[in-house]
Design a protein around this ligand. Structure first.
Ligand SMILES: Nc1ncnc2c1ncn2[C@@H]1O[C@H](COP(=O)(O)OP(=O)(O)O)[C@@H](O)[C@H]1O
Ligand SMILES: [Mg+2]
Length: 448
C-alpha cells in the first residue's frame, strides 16, 4: 500500500481501510510510494503525480462501504495536485442527491483542512476550490435531470467524477465522459451494482483493459467507521436481489418472485384490538384494470394492513365510474379519519375524492425504490398484515421480475397482478420512508 502521506484532514476519521487507501492513491505512479509525501514526489518526479497508464477508476460494491467519501476526497486531491485554473465535472443521479451525498460532506471535509477554500456558486451549480494559490472549478450535474446532456456539451474538463453512475442514463455518461480532453484527464466512477446486463457493467466494468481502468470492489467491511450493529441492521434490511447487490455487492439479475421475503408465518397475524393511532388508505386505481384500496392503521409504531377493497371491472358485469369508486371509498373507510395516498396518474379520481372531502396525497411512483423500501419494511417488522387479505396475498405470491427487461439490463416487474402490490409500495414509500412527513416537492434547479 502506498505510504505517501496525503495531507491529513482534520476529521474525526477512522483510519482508512486498505481499499480506501487504494482509492486515495490510484492516480499516483506506484513508484511514488518510496517518498514520504507528495511535495517530495513533486520535487523529484513530478511526472509520477499523474500516471498515464491508468485513466479510469471504478469503485463498485455494497452500500455504505465508504466509496463516495474516499472518492470525492481523492478526486479533489488529484485535481488540486495536478491542475490549476482547470474545469472538472461532478455528477450524481440528480443535483439534489449529489449535493446531499457528495457535496455537503465534501464541503465539511474541506472546511476541516487548513488552507482550503470552497466557494459554492449555487445558482451556477459550480464550486470554486482554492488551495495554496491554486484554484479549480467543479461543475455539478444531475445525470437524470432534464437538460443535463445539453449542459455538459459545451464543456471541456480534465476529469469527471460520477457518483452512483449506474443510476444515470448511459447517454449522459457517454456525453460527459467525452468532455474529458485535457492531458492526463481521468474518469472516476462509483456505484452499487445493478443487473449483469446493465450498460455500465457491460461497457465499462467488463472492459477494464480497453479503458485503462482500475477496479476496486467494496463491501461494508471496507468502511472502517461502520459499527458491527449498523452492518447487521443493513444485512437484515435487504433481501433477495437487493441483498445480493447492496450487501454482497454483486451484479446479479432481478428474477423470480419480487417479494420472496414475504413470510406468512411471521408477517401475518391478528392485529391489535381497538383504534389505531393513525390511519391511511393507499389506492391503486384502474379503469381497465382493478382498483384497490388498502386500509393501514398504526399500533405501537407498527403499521398494519387491516383491510382490502379489490374491484376488477373486466371480470365484473359492469365498470364503475370515478364517482362510484369514490362512494365505495367512503363506505370502505366508514367513520375512520383517514388520509388517502393515491396513484399519481389517477387525476380524475383524486378530484372526486377531494370533492367529497377526503384528504389526498399523491403517491410517488418510483417502482424500484418502492419495492426495496417495502421489502425492508417487511424485513424489519415495520409493516404487518391482517389475515384475510385474499387478493393482496395472491398478488404477493405471483408478482415477479420481468426476465426480458433483465436481459436488457433493466429492472422491471411484469405488469400483471401488481395492483395491490402497487398500493402497498405507495403507502410504504410515502409514509414509512418519510416517517409520515411529506416534504414539499422541490423542483431541481437546472444547471445554467
Ligand atoms: N474512513 C472513514 N472515517 C469515518 N467515516 C467514514 C470513513 N469512510 C466512510 N465513512 C462514513 O461512512 C458512511 C458511508 O460512506 P459512503 O462513502 O457514503 O459509502 P458508499 O458511497 O459506499 O455508500 C458515510 O457517512 C461516511 O462519512
Ligand atoms: Mg455512495
Amino acid at each position: 500500500m502506498s505510504s505517501v502521506h496525503l495531507k491529513a484532514p482534520q476529521f474525526k476519521y477512522a483510519p482508512f481501510s486498505r481499499k480506501q487507501l487504494q482509492v486515495l492513491s490510484w492516480w499516483l505512479d506506484p513508484r511514488a510510494k518510496q517518498f514520504g509525501n507528495l511535495s517530495e514526489v513533486k520535487k523529484k518526479h513530478p511526472e509520477w503525480l499523474n500516471r498515464s497508464d491508468k485513466e479510469v477508476l471504478i469503485a463498485d460494491g455494497s452500500i455504505r462501504a465508504g466509496k463516495t467519501l474516499i472518492m470525492s476526497m481523492s478526486y479533489i486531491e488529484w485535481s488540486m495536485t495536478n491542475y490549476s485554473n482547470e474545469q472538472f465535472g461532478i455528477a450524481g443521479k440528480t443535483i439534489g442527491s449529489l449535493r446531499r451525498n457528495v457535496i455537503t460532506p465534501l464541503k465539511r471535509m474541506l472546511a476541516g483542512r487548513k488552507g482550503y477554500r470552497v466557494k459554492d456558486r449555487r445558482a451556477d451549480n459550480l464550486l470554486d476550490i482554492t488551495y495554496n494559490g491554486v484554484t479549480n472549478h467543479y461543475y455539478l450535474f444531475g445525470g437524470k435531470d432534464e437538460g443535463s446532456q445539453d449542459l455538459v456539451q459545451g464543456l471541456t474538463v480534465a476529469g469527471f467524477f460520477f457518483d452512483e453512475v449506474a443510476l444515470m442514463p448511459k447517454s449522459f455518461v457517454n456525453q460527459a465522459a467525452g468532455r474529458v480532453s485535457v492531458d492526463g484527464g481521468k474518469l472516476w466512477f462509483n456505484c452499487n451494482p445493478a443487473g449483469p446486463y446493465h450498460w455500465f457493467k457491460t461497457e465499462w466494468l467488463d472492459k477494464l483493459k480497453k479503458h485503462k481502468a482500475i477496479h476496486i470492489h467494496f463491501t461494508m467491511d471496507d468502511n472502517p467507521s461502520l459499527a458491527e450493529s449498523v452492518k447487521d441492521r443493513n444485512r437484515r434490511t435487504f433481501s433477495g436481489v437487493f441483498y445480493q447487490r447492496y450487501i454482497l455487492g454483486e451484479w446479479v439479475l432481478s428474477d423470480g418472485i419480487v417479494y420472496d421475503n414475504f413470510n406468512k408465518d411471521t408477517m401475518v397475524a391478528t392485529p391489535p384490538k381497538g383504534v389505531a393511532e393513525k390511519y391511511y388508505v393507499s389506492v391503486d386505481y384502474g379503469t381497465q384494470n382493478p382498483t384497490v384500496f388498502l386500509l393501514w392503521g398504526r399500533f405501537d409504531g407498527v403499521w398494519w394492513c387491516l383491510k382490502e377493497y379489490y374491484y376488477d371491472g373486466r371480470h365484473s358485469s359492469r365498470q364503475k365510474t370515478d364517482e362510484q369508486y369514490a362512494n365505495d371509498f367512503l363506505e370502505f373507510v366508514g367513520k375512520l379519519k383517514v388520509k388517502a395516498i393515491v396513484d399519481p396518474s389517477a387525476a380524475s379520481f383524486i378530484a372526486q375524492l377531494r370533492a367529497k372531502g377526503v384528504s389526498v396525497e399523491k403517491a410517488k411512483n418510483d417502482v424500484l425504490d418502492g419495492i426495496r423500501e417495502t421489502q425492508s419494511a417487511m424485513n424489519l417488522g415495520k409493516i404487518m398484515f391482517a389475515p384475510g387479505l385474499v387478493n393482496l396475498f395472491k398478488e404477493l405470491a405471483s408478482y415477479a421480475w420481468d426476465p426480458k427487461a433483465a436481459e436488457h439490463g433493466e429492472d422491471k416487474v411484469i405488469k400483471q397482478h401488481d395492483h395491490a402490490c402497487d398500493a402497498v409500495r405507495y403507502f410504504v414509500y410515502r409514509v414509512i420512508r418519510t416517517g409520515g412527513v411529506v416534504k414539499p416537492k422541490v423542483k431541481p434547479k437546472a444547471f445554467r
